[in-house]
Ligand binder design. Structure first.
Ligand code: SF4
Length: 92
């Protein structure tokens, strides 16, 4: 296979193994889009899990796919990483 035939980014199609109900358990932080107008669309290519998609004029995050790496928030304004869980921690 020639290099130019390779996909640009890994994909996480709905129903694929990449889509896991346990993603929330793996994340310490999750991205929250705070200002759509400031989000750079190039992050659609940067997300390693294919968790970002463009719907109309809005970029949305699929929390089923997102592993919370933070690349999108690092590379674009308008996205903040917030703690996944803010309650008490430890064994009770
Ligand atoms: S935090 Fe990482 S996995 Fe989640 S949407 Fe951003 S780039 Fe994708």
């Amino acid at each position: 296979m020639a290099l130019k035939e390779l996909p640009v980014v890994p994909s996480g199609d709905p129903g694929s193994l990449a889509e896991s109900p346990n993603s929330a358990i793996q994340r310490l932080y999750r991205p929250v889009i705070t200002d759509q107008n400031q989000v750079n669309p190039i992050i659609l290519l940067y997300c390693p899990d294919g968790a970002l998609s463009l719907t109309g004029d809005e970029i949305i995050v699929s929390y089923k796919l997102c592993k919370g790496c933070g690349i999108c928030a690092k590379e674009s304004k308008g996205i903040e990483m917030v703690p996944e869980y803010t309650g008490p921690r430890g064994i009770f």
